[in-house]
Design a protein around this ligand. Structure first.
Ligand code: PPS
Length: 295
């Protein structure tokens, strides 16, 4: 595999009004002909909301808690990332070619960019949402370490961009709301990062029921333990340490950074919090979604 180094931090490209990492925007053309299979399972999230965590939980479920089997490849190979494209690394679509059924798939795409086949095939979706203050902080640090993003600038300017939907994948507010509405017409299990932190076993039981599987209680306990932040942070198959440093520089900020709820309080100033709250109230007016800011 030839690695083409690119630390140029290219500007975001807009597709149907949605700003995206330049390379991901380029991948969308071929993604539109993607054919979903009815037994696919799609893990959908706005970035930094618990995708990797739920991906590992689902692979552990599919492998009936067998950790050895979950060590077969990094998480982005076991759970192909549909729109993924970075120079020198296999694309999500290429990774899919070697992925046997039943497939676990990952996306951050808003509905307007989602391949239609996933909806036509009524593919089951596990959606994970996380409170946007922790998402914004996590995303800021991810922008710093993953150089396919533009330079994030200062935290204050990044937060303004986040509130305006001018970050990769666009508006968090629109994303969480449109996937919330989708549950009326598609099989969507809508989970919250904070609930998984609070009681992972309870949330894993919800996932098991949704995917129509059952496991012995000790296997579920084992999955809770294997998918804990502590274990996943030191596991090279989940912590993204196998990605070349040119693409993700963990010395700037680890992918598995803090894994906490309420960490935003150590970053937001009082003024930023007030601005955020006012903006949140406007953007989420009339929406029945409820987020927890701390546990
Ligand atoms: S990505 O790049 O969008 O796919 O990132 P994603 O996996 O959605 O989100 C990364 C954040 O999730 C945290 N994380 C976890 N938290 C708790 N427990 C477990 N097991 C876990 N695994 C990942 C990860 O640390 C990122 O959050 P921050 O706040 O930056 O630590």
């Amino acid at each position: 595999m030839e690695l083409i180094q690119d630390t140029s931090r290219p500007p975001l490209e807009y597709v149907k009004g949605i700003p995206l990492i330049k390379y991901f925007a380029e991948a969308l053309g071929s993604l539109q002909s993607f054919e979903a299979w009815p037994d696919d399972l799609l893990i959908s999230t706005y970035p930094k909301s618990g995708t990797t965590w739920v991906s590992e939980i689902l692979d552990l479920i599919y492998q009936r808690g067998d950790l050895e089997k979950c060590q077969r490849a990094p998480i982005f190979i076991r759970v192909p990332f549909l729109e993924f494209k970075v120079p020198g690394v296999p694309t999500g679509i290429e990774t899919l070619e070697d992925t046997p059924a039943p497939r676990l798939l990952k996306t951050h795409l808003p509905l307007t960019l989602l391949p239609q086949s996933l909806l036509d095939q009524k593919v089951k979706v596990v959606y994970v949402a996380r409170n946007p203050k922790d998402v914004a902080v996590s995303y800021y640090h991810f922008y710093r370490m993953a150089k396919v993003h533009p330079d994030p600038g200062t935290w204050d300017s990044f937060l303004e961009k986040f509130m305006a939907g001018e970050v990769s994948y666009g508006s968090w507010y629109q994303h969480v709301q449109e996937w919330w509405e989708l549950r009326h017409t598609q099989p969507v299990l809508y989970l919250f990062y904070e609930d998984i932190k609070e009681d992972p076993k309870r949330e894993i039981q919800k996932i098991l029921e949704f995917v129509g599987r059952s496991l012995p209680e000790e296997t579920v306990d084992h999955i809770v333990q294997q998918a804990s932040f502590k274990e996943m942070k030191k596991n090279p198959m989940t912590n993204y340490s196998t990605i070349p440093t040119d693409i993700m520089d963990h010395s700037v900020s680890a992918f598995m950074r803090k894994g906490a709820t309420g960490d935003w309080k150590s970053t937001f100033t009082v003024a930023q919090n007030e601005r955020f709250e006012a903006n949140y109230a406007t953007k989420m007016a009339g929406c029945s979604l409820h987020f927890r800011w701390e546990l």
